[in-house]
Design a protein around this ligand. Structure first.
Ligand code: ADP
Length: 860
């Protein structure tokens, strides 16, 4: 077949061969065309008409295309589906090339390698992840849009999933053991879409040093798999961006063991960065984020997902926050200066990739200007300890040279595209100014020349004129032609007189006619110089941005602490968690003002470390559990906490099993998930962990559930011995405290007022006295006869200890109390159901569920 390709299609075949797994966007004039299989896939994904090239000929091939100016949106859609797109560009202006225009793939865009503003979320990193599977796992994360590379060694598949769910990469490359990759596939699918997972080719030993260069030493700190993962990510980026030297100097290796592990389920349950409802306000990030720069927002997000374990590190962060809490004015000034900084990291990376527009450079100039103001504000801090907290002893580089250059070069508001022209300020470049003047005032310059020549030669009829055919000329009437200076060259004789030219006119004419083109080229040249300068500074800009981001996060956390009245937690290596008047940071924001009831929680490894929390539904048990976990996360990430005071003895892992929504219908599968999560928690928890368990065992029958909950609580107490909060509706479980010094009973109180229930949300010592289910059912609007009957049944259960001493269904009290003569089919059916029910085998909750179903039947 290859022999039959036309030259253009041969170019396409070459591009496709080099990038077989990408959809090739092949530039033909004003379109990007896709051919063959790409066209079929692309047309379907993008709703394009599928046509064909060379129709009816032997080499007919499917074709679909998009206008080149609209390409970014189409590319975005393909990337969202996990595809790669190879951009095959015309490497010369077709107007100036004889024969076929050379074409090359200049860039391959993949989901993990997006740099387009419109496709990036400014508040999170766009990670490409490389995983090297083997006995130990190498892990690396690379963000091309910010030029960051991070790598870590990971112990096992569980920790790999934890890292993946922290980072939420857009794309994952697997290398090493292919078998292992396949076995992980399903689990990874929960985090990364299938199309964005690739099994990468083998990486030769020699490629390692080639890719890593002088980063090798740092990568080597954790051994070969880490180095390979980092090299793999780098190679992928470079292969996708041929011809650009990418600055990846900001390389860090880290040890996941040094951060607070928050299980993926806990991360979701605690709604750290995403909420069940999808609203950002309902997340911890939503409450804590008062950052003013995108880099600050990204850093805060990372810190929330990876709090620290090291007391000193946490204190340093808290010191910085405290400084901004104390110095309100400093915080406000800093925040207002930070607002102008923008996304320096991503702007400089766009320059490094050669993608910066004039507008981007303008934004870079403004951002660097704002950065200089930020550092000026910061440097007003004089006290030594405070200067240290801000890291001011390190020299500050605001990349002034680049800012000055950009400020001198650019107009106030540069255009979004270079081809629009008008990028540079007057006075920046004499040649450009001259060309611009020529371009604009060419004709005027000729008029000036004409006047001057007329004066010099004293020829009154002298004219300088232009025709398309002859260009510019000096015309003198026949009568005065003898006075023409000898250095003039005769061009033409016409009826009206003689036409001449001279060096000056030729020169000027030449400059005018080419001014437009030369102006364009000079702008391009100057623009490239600026971009090169920005590229050369990208590493410094990255460091500056990082530093501003740290201040931004601290000032933002201080603002939140001030506004919501948080306290600085005392973080130490003790065995206690002691929270006085603690609140839930998100729920208190959503609650009516002043309505959130604060509570004390003290967990002590040596004393009461496992709290069993009972109380009616809706009393606030889950909220309490989560608020304790969130307070720990907040303290260890270096934030103030929503409490009057708090002391946090470092926690190494937060695990949670928080109420799979009270969905009675899903019974078994919910139970399976619940047990799997519980198993994972019991396997991974250490003595230093914090475990919160909500309603374990409710997805199964009463006895199973109670037995499992009991055994889990005992195991946590005896075998793990960690700090834990356990919310349960099994009142029997509260007896555990009788046999263990480390188990304590607490309940979230509610008060009954004439069969109504008022939730006080107040935590009190001791087990809850009784179930408030019936009162809650009343709140929910169950008809009075149903409620009355439920009350009677409840008394019966309580008296006979239904759970403790199960009996046959026969011992249920007489039924048929609702109405002497049932009138309808439905009512009879309801009563029959009630008659058949084995009430003493039900939990209160199941009874409630049944009541609800029966009620529905009756009112339908
Ligand atoms: P439970 O787990 O006991 O069923 P939740 O923790 O889900 O109860 O709380 C039920 C509702 O009560 C929450 O949606 C919240 O609005 C409110 N709530 C919980 N705790 C408090 C509190 N301490 N102060 C005020 N309102 C609270």
């Amino acid at each position: 077949m290859a022999g039959r390709h036309t030259p253009v299609m041969q170019q396409h075949a070459d591009a496709k061969r080099a990038h077989p797994d990408a959809i090739v966007f092949f530039r033909l004039g004003d379109f990007y065309e896709m051919f063959g299989e790409d066209a079929i896939v692309g047309a379907k994904a993008l709703d394009l008409t599928l046509t064909s090239r060379n129709k009816g000929k032997p080499d007919e091939v499917p074709m679909a295309g998009v206008p080149h100016h609209a390409a970014p949106a189409y590319i975005a859609r393909l990337l969202a589906l996990g595809h790669k797109v190879a951009l095959c560009e015309q490497m010369a202006d077709p107007a100036t090339v004889k024969g076929i225009v050379p074409r090359e793939v200049v860039r391959v865009i993949t989901p993990g390698l997006v740099t387009d503003h419109d496709q990036l979320d400014s508040d999170s990193n766009n990670w490409l992840c490389a995983v090297e599977l083997g006995a130990s796992i190498g892990f690396s994360l690379l963000d091309v849009s910010t030029a960051e590379l991070r790598a870590a060694e990971i112990a096992d598949a569980g920790s790999l999933l934890a890292e993946l769910s922290r980072a939420v990469p857009r794309e994952v490359l697997f290398g090493g053991d292919e078998e292992q990759a396949r076995s992980l596939a399903e689990a990874v699918a929960l985090v990364v879409p299938r199309a964005a997972r690739r099994f990468d080719v083998e990486l030769a030993e020699s490629a390692l040093s080639e890719q890593l260069g002088d980063l090798a030493a740092e990568a080597g700190r954790f051994g070969a798999p880490v180095a390979r993962a980092a090299a793999r990510a780098l190679r992928y980026v470079r292969a996708c961006n041929p011809g650009v030297a990418l600055p990846f100097r900001r390389f860090t290796t880290y040890d996941p063991q040094t951060t607070l592990a928050v299980d993926p389920t806990a991360q979701a349950h605690l709604e750290l960065v995403t909420s069940v409802s999808g609203s950002r306000e309902a997340t911890l990030l939503g409450v804590l984020d008062r950052t003013r720069t995108p880099a600050g927002a990204r850093l805060l997000r990372r810190r929330i997902l990876a709090p620290l374990l090291d007391v000193e590190g946490i204190r340093r962060r808290l010191d910085r926050v405290e400084l901004f809490v104390v110095h309100t004015r400093l915080r406000e000034d800093l925040a207002s200066a930070l607002s102008g900084v923008g996304d320096l990291e991503r702007l400089s990376m766009r320059a490094a990739l050669g993608e910066a527009t004039p507008r981007d450079l303008g934004a870079l100039r403004d951002g660097l200007g704002a950065a200089a103001r930020v550092t000026l504000v910061a440097s007003s801090v004089k006290e030594a300890a405070e200067r240290e907290a801000l890291g001011l002893e390190e020299p500050l580089d605001c990349v002034e040279d680049l800012r000055e250059r950009l400020a001198a070069a650019l107009v106030e508001r540069p255009p979004s595209q270079l081809k629009d022209g008008g990028v540079f300020a007057a006075g920046f470049d004499a040649e450009l100014d001259e060309l611009d003047a020529l371009r604009r005032h060419g004709a005027e310059r000729m008029v000036e020349l004409e006047a001057r020549l007329r004066e010099q030669t004293n020829i009154g009829t002298l004219k300088v004129r232009y025709t398309r055919v002859f260009g510019w000329y000096i015309e003198v009437s026949k009568g005065q032609a003898t006075r023409a200076p000898s250095e003039w060259r005769r061009k033409q004789t016409v009826a009206s007189g003689e036409r001449y030219t001279d060096d000056e006119l030729d020169d000027l004419a030449d400059r005018i006619t080419t001014a437009e083109e030369r102006h364009r080229l000079r702008e391009l040249e100057l623009f490239r110089e600026l971009v090169d300068m920005a590229r050369a500074a990208s590493e410094r800009i990255g460091r500056l941005s990082e530093r501003l981001a740290r201040w931004d996060v601290a000032a933002g956390l201080a603002e939140v602490a001030h506004r919501y009245d948080y306290a600085r937690p005392a973080v130490d290596d003790s065995d206690r968690i002691e929270i006085r008047d603690g609140r839930h940071p998100v729920v208190e924001r959503l609650a009516a003002r002043g309505r959130f009831v604060p509570n004390d929680v003290v967990l002590d490894l040596e004393g009461e470390r496992l709290w069993l929390v009972t109380g009616p539904n809706m009393a606030g048990k889950s909220t309490l559990l989560r608020q304790v976990a969130l307070t720990v996360v907040m303290a260890q990430l270096g934030s103030y906490v929503p409490a009057r005071s708090a002391r946090i003895g470092i926690v190494d892992r937060v695990s949670s099993r928080v109420g799979a929504s009270d969905n009675l219908a899903e019974g078994e599968s919910t139970f399976m998930v619940e047990m799997r999560e519980t198993a994972q928690i019991l396997r991974t928890a250490t003595r230093r962990s914090l475990v919160i368990l909500d309603e374990i065992g409710r997805g199964t029958s009463t006895f199973d559930g109670l037995a499992i909950a009991w055994a889990v609580a005992e195991y946590l107490d005896d075998a793990v011995g960690c700090r834990a909060l356990f919310a349960t509706h099994y009142h029997e479980l509260t007896k555990l405290s009788e046999s263990s010094a480390h188990v304590a009973n607490y309940s979230v109180s509610a008060r009954e007022l004439a069969d109504d229930v008022v939730f006080l949300h107040r935590l009190v010592p001791g087990a809850a006295s009784r179930s408030y289910g019936v009162a809650v059912a009343k709140l929910a609007g169950l008809p009075e006869p149903v409620l009355a009957r439920a009350r009677a049944l409840l008394q019966f259960f309580e008296r006979d200890g239904a759970v403790a001493a199960p009996r046959g269904a026969r011992s249920a009290p007489q039924l048929h109390l609702f109405r002497p003569n049932p009138r309808s089919e439905t009512e009879r059916e309801v009563l029959d159901t009630l008659g058949a029910v084995e009430v003493d085998r039900m939990t209160g909750l199941e009874a409630l569920g049944l009541l609800e179903r029966l009620r529905r039947r009756l009112i339908e």
